[in-house]
Every structure is written in structure tokens, then in C-alpha cells.
Design a protein around this ligand. Structure first.
Ligand SMILES: Nc1nc2c(c(=O)[nH]1)N[C@H]1C(S)=C(S)[C@@H](COP(=O)(O)OP(=O)(O)OC[C@H]3O[C@@H](n4cnc5c(N)ncnc54)[C@H](O)[C@@H]3O)O[C@H]1N2
Ligand code: MOO
Length: 399
């Protein structure tokens, strides 16, 4: 079978991705979920002229008349309206966060005042209109669009939802995902390890990558390189919406995944993409409607193919146009002899330039730790020169 180009593989994924359903959830459950509705300001923010300092609220006109000693009319605490109007020569004693009555347009800090017996002498070198008052609506007016869907419910977003009183919100439903790892040599990280065995890091990698979307697999299992066992497990897995299977997708005698998928009537949408790492990747569609990503077993291939392909699909189904990427300059030259599209671990420095992380091929288990994401050297590029702009896929921060 000829290789599918990277661009073609992405456009196949774009074409088959369709929006996940939507559901209403409570704010308490919103952490990390993807908001599916726009959010508007329910009132002005601040909702009233808010005292920004503990101090004394006066009329600017009084200060300009040279009045420095004021009668304290009343003390205004947070959440309380003022009971009496402000008259010339008087002031309110006011607490940070309290509503400043309209007549008062300056607050002088407590540190710049001497108070005794319901009177206060105020000191200041120069005053500005509305000094120490956060004015009604200065952050946003009622009805302003504050958040445009899709957006991830980050801590900041959750705080804003709480601010505007949005306790029930519409989010994208999470897909039902089955996650399978394969291989006779693969053992649980908790088990004793033999000299030629490998710990199942990819199961943990993939679970953690999915968890960034709050997706918890409905099935998470490991299977040895046994065709029958693989068939049984995969036929159950195909009841999920999305199947992610890792390893056994290449050309070896124990790489049963492509053949078993075929036996289970899973239609191959592509198998083998002209990329490095990750060339053996397979995408299939089951008669049940389940989409199957078969990702190569090498740790860096697994991370790369999830980042480039699975995330592209997820972003689209969660309402985004594409997986985010940036164009950044590479800070060193780089050569490539093959005609595959290459993805290499890279780090963005403080100026936004990219440095490649040295790595020992796709079996390297430490390189990704030092990387901020994957940089791409296009298929037809044999030489990248310093400061050439290239595409960079930052590791997922789904915003
Ligand atoms: N004749 C060919 N051989 C290979 C080709 C090819 O085109 N022709 N492609 C190579 C490429 S590229 C890759 S990538 C690998 C991918 O092979 P598989 O997807 O079949 O993966 P495995 O053979 O099962 O494992 C490869 C490697 O990864 C380790 N591994 C597997 N699962 C895990 C796991 N859950 N956690 C940690 N490490 C895992 C495994 O021990 C192997 O070392 O094939 C090349 N071969
Ligand atoms: O996909 Mo392979 O990653 O080049 O070893």
C-alpha cells in the first residue's frame, strides 16, 4: 500500500470529524470541560462604583474648594447601601469593595488621613477624578460577549462563569473511548520486570493525554500478541465511539492489529503515513461507527501520532477548527535526507525561537520531557536554515 501524505491524512481526519453532542452540566463539574455556548456579562462589571481602598469618599469639588477637614456622615461596609446623602464638607468612611455613592468621586486612603471623633483631616499631593474608585462597567458592560465557544474551562474561565452566575452550562459531551495496548514484552509498571520486558508507559501516556480533555476510557486493557485475544478484545472495544490501540501495527509477525481490524470489518481510511516518527499509523472506521486509531508502539511515535492526529480529530469534534500550531523560527540549521514529513521534539526559547531536542529515534523515553512540543520539517525540505519559520505543535494546552 502506498504511503498517505501527512496533509492528506489530516484532511481525511478533518472530513470525518463531526461535532460531539452537547450536554448541560453543573459548574462544580466543569473543570477542564469544553464550553459549547457563548457567555455574556449578566450585568455591568464592576456592578457599582466599587471602593478600591479603605478610606474616605469625598466630592472632588470640596477638595478643589480647599476643604481638608470633613465630617464623617456614615461608614459604608461592603454589601450595604449608603443611608444618607453626601453634603458639602462631609465624607463617607468606606471599606474596600463597598459601593461608593454617585455623589462621591474620590477616595482618599486611610493612610493619608487623621481621624478623630467623627471628623477626619485628609492629606494628598494631588488627586485624580475617581481616584481609588473602580467605576461601574469599566471591566465590561452588561451584555458584553465574555467567552466565545469553544473554550476550555480553565481555572480562570471557571472563576468568570461563577462571577456571572452561570451555574448550569452547556459543554461538549465526552466521547466513549476504549484504550488498548499490545505486546508480549509489555508489563504493568507495578509488576516485577524481567530483563527483556518493557513497562507499559504508553497506557499511562495515553490515559494522561486523554485526561487533558477529562476523557476517562470506558475500557482500558492490555493484550498480548495473541491474535484471538486481540480479536475478542477489539470486538468489545468497537462498541465505544473511539478506539485507540497502541503497538502491533507495523510489519512484524506479531503485528496483528491491521489484519484483525480487517477481519472485524473495520474499513481502513489510511494505513502508513509518510511521516517520521509514526509511519505505521492506521485509521479505520468500524461498521458500528467507531473510529479506530492504531498508533505505533514506540513511545515517541505514540506521543507524536496522538499529538498530530488524535488531537486534531478531538479539537475538531470539540468545536475547534484545527489542532493549534504556530509558525516559529528555528534557531539552528537542520538537514534531512528522507522525503517523509518529520516531527521532532523542540523547545521554544524566551524569544519564541525553536531549538530541537537531541533524541535517539522514536524509542527515546526521555526526549519529550525536555520538549515544549513537536516541530515539523516538511516532506520536501532537505535543509532548514537558521531563522526559517516552521510549524510547531505545542503540547496540548486545549484553550
Ligand atoms: N519492517 C519494518 N519494520 C518496522 C517498520 C516498518 O515500516 N517496516 N516501522 C517501524 C516503525 S516506524 C515503528 S514506529 C515501529 C512500530 O511498530 P508497532 O506499532 O508494531 O509497535 P511494536 O512493534 O508493538 O512496538 C515497537 C516498540 O515500542 C515498544 N512499545 C510497544 N508498546 C509499548 C507500551 N505500551 N509502552 C512502552 N513501550 C511500548 C515496544 O517494546 C517496541 O520496542 O515499527 C518499526 N518497524
Ligand atoms: O514511527 Mo517509527 O516511529 O519512525 O519508529
Amino acid at each position: 500500500m502506498s504511503l498517505t501524505s501527512f496533509e492528506e491524512a489530516i484532511s481525511i481526519l478533518s472530513a470525518i470529524s463531526s461535532s460531539f453532542e452537547k450536554e448541560n452540566i453543573h459548574l462544580e463539574e466543569a473543570d477542564g470541560r469544553i464550553l459549547a455556548e457563548n457567555i455574556y456579562a449578566d450585568r455591568d462589571y464592576p456592578p457599582f462604583n466599587r471602593a478600591a481602598m479603605d478610606g474616605y469618599a469625598i466630592m472632588q469639588s470640596d477638595w478643589e474648594k480647599g476643604i481638608r477637614k470633613y465630617q464623617i456622615t456614615e461608614t459604608i461596609f461592603t454589601g450595604q447601601p449608603a443611608k444618607s446623602p453626601l453634603t458639602s464638607g462631609s465624607c463617607y468612611k468606606i471599606m474596600t469593595g463597598a459601593a461608593t455613592p454617585e455623589a462621591a468621586n474620590i477616595i482618599i486612603r486611610r493612610e493619608d488621613a487623621a481621624e478623630s471623633e467623627a471628623q477626619v483631616i485628609l492629606y494628598s499631593d494631588g488627586l485624580k477624578n475617581y481616584q481609588n474608585i473602580a467605576r461601574q462597567g469599566e471591566d465590561s458592560n452588561r451584555g458584553t460577549l465574555l467567552l466565545t465557544a469553544p473554550v476550555k474551562c480553565s481555572p480562570q474561565v471557571i472563576a468568570l462563569l461563577a462571577t456571572v452566575g452561570k451555574v448550569t452550562l452547556q459543554v461538549y459531551k465526552l466521547p466513549k473511548v476504549a484504550l488498548i495496548t499490545t505486546g508480549d514484552e509489555i508489563v504493568s509498571p507495578a509488576a516485577g520486570i524481567g530483563p527483556f520486558q518493557i513497562r507499559n508507559s504508553n497506557q499511562y501516556l495515553l490515559r494522561s493525554l486523554l485526561n487533558q480533555w477529562k476523557i476517562r476510557p470506558v475500557l482500558c486493557a492490555h493484550v498480548s500478541d495473541d491474535k484471538e485475544k486481540l480479536r475478542t478484545l477489539l470486538s468489545t472495544a468497537l462498541e465505544a465511539q473511539l478506539v485507540i490501540i497502541n503497538g502491533a501495527v507495523s510489519a512484524g509477525d506479531a503485528d496483528h492489529v491491521p489484519a484483525v481490524l480487517k477481519e472485524l470489518d473495520v474499513k481502513t481510511l489510511f494505513h502508513k503515513v509518510s511521516i517520521r516518527p509514526g509511519k505505521p499509523i492506521l485509521l479505520g472506521k468500524a461498521t458500528s461507527g467507531a473510529l479506530v486509531f492504531a498508533l505505533p508502539g514506540n513511545p515517541l511515535s505514540c506521543l507524536s501520532t496522538f499529538t498530530i492526529f488524535v488531537e486534531h480529530y478531538l479539537y475538531r469534534c470539540f468545536g475547534y477548527e484545527a489542532r493549534p500550531s504556530q509558525l516559529l523560527p528555528i534557531l539552528e540549521s537542520r538537514t534531512k535526507k528522507h522525503t517523509l514529513t518529520e516531527f521532532f521534539p523542540a523547545k521554544a526559547d524566551h524569544s519564541g525561537g525553536l531549538n530541537g531536542i537531541p533524541f535517539n529515534g522514536s524509542g527515546d523515553v526521555t526526549a519529550a520531557i525536555y520538549a515544549d512540543g513537536l516541530a515539523m520539517q516538511p516532506a520536501d525540505s532537505t535543509q532548514l536554515n537558521k531563522n526559517d519559520f516552521i510549524t510547531f505543535y505545542p503540547f496540548n494546552q486545549n484553550k
